[in-house]
Design a protein around this ligand. Structure first.
Ligand code: SF4
Length: 249
């Protein structure tokens, strides 16, 4: 069972497990998932592989107008303005301009709020995107695998994207938070060997923190199962032994 796609630009504020009170910003088309991955665990279900890049992205003007209309009406400012939503936010063709506009509105209307993104890391190889992401306070970047085989089977990237390209981009990036979902079952990514290979990749990325979690809201691949809490805790302990800050959710 998966959850419905977002039908507009703003959603929430929601009480996010990882960010607290967060106002979500969906730059992707209403009711349509646009992503370069097709993760076995995606809460929105499978990616339309034949669709290509969709039309119907939120315009910069509409994003600005939505925030200017909503923020003054909230009883308290959100802790975060978070780029997330129906897929991968950095695929928006005007992503850098929208980042600047949102930072400007934050400074003007809710200066206590921080800016954040939940990204699949697929555009980490692009310098223009890295430059924009560095303008955000928190960059939470996906890395769920240590080997190309698990990356290919679990995150199911489109267009020939490789794990090496992503890790090279994240290493170039610097200062990112890594988010890693671990799942069991025949289609899961978890094994002790995979965790060790993943840690080798993390040594190259040098994240400020790693967020570890398992399945939560619903997933399309019925050959997945949530990973037991004791295994998630063991991954966290393994990272801390490496000197890498880790939080298990
Ligand atoms: S990267 Fe995110 S939105 Fe894209 S398929 Fe994976 S879980 Fe879904």
């Amino acid at each position: 069972m998966t959850i419905p796609l977002k039908t507009g630009i703003l959603y929430g504020p929601v009480n996010s497990r990882r960010l607290g009170r967060s106002l979500g910003i969906n730059l992707l088309p209403a009711g349509r998932k646009v992503c370069t991955f097709d993760c076995a665990y995606c809460q929105y279900g499978w990616t339309e592989r034949s669709a290509g890049l969709a039309s119907g992205f939120a315009t910069p003007e509409a994003v600005v107008q939505s925030l200017e209309a909503l923020l003054p009406t909230l009883p308290q400012p959100p802790a975060y303005l978070t780029f997330s939503g129906n897929g991968e936010p950095t695929l928006h063709p005007e992503f850098p301009a929208i980042v600047e506009a949102v930072i400007g509105i934050r400074d003007r209307l809710v200066p206590s709020a921080r800016t954040a993104i939940l990204s699949n890391s697929g555009t980490s190889g692009r310098e223009d995107i890295r430059r924009s992401l560095r303008r955000l306070d928190v960059r939470i970047m996906k890395l769920d695998a240590g080997t190309e085989a698990v990356f290919s089977g679990f995150n199911r990237p489109l267009g020939g994207l490789t794990l090496k390209e992503i890790v090279d981009g994240l290493a170039e990036h610097g200062g990112v938070t890594v988010q890693s979902l671990w799942a069991g079952g025949p289609a899961g990514n978890y094994s002790e060997g995979e965790v060790e290979k993943w840690i080798e990749r993390l040594r190259l990325v040098r994240p400020v923190e790693v967020q570890i979690y398992s399945l939560d809201r619903g997933w399309p691949d019925l050959w997945l199962a949530p990973l037991e809490r004791r295994r998630l805790d063991a991954i966290g302990a393994r990272l801390k032994a490496e000197g890498i800050p880790a939080t298990v959710f």
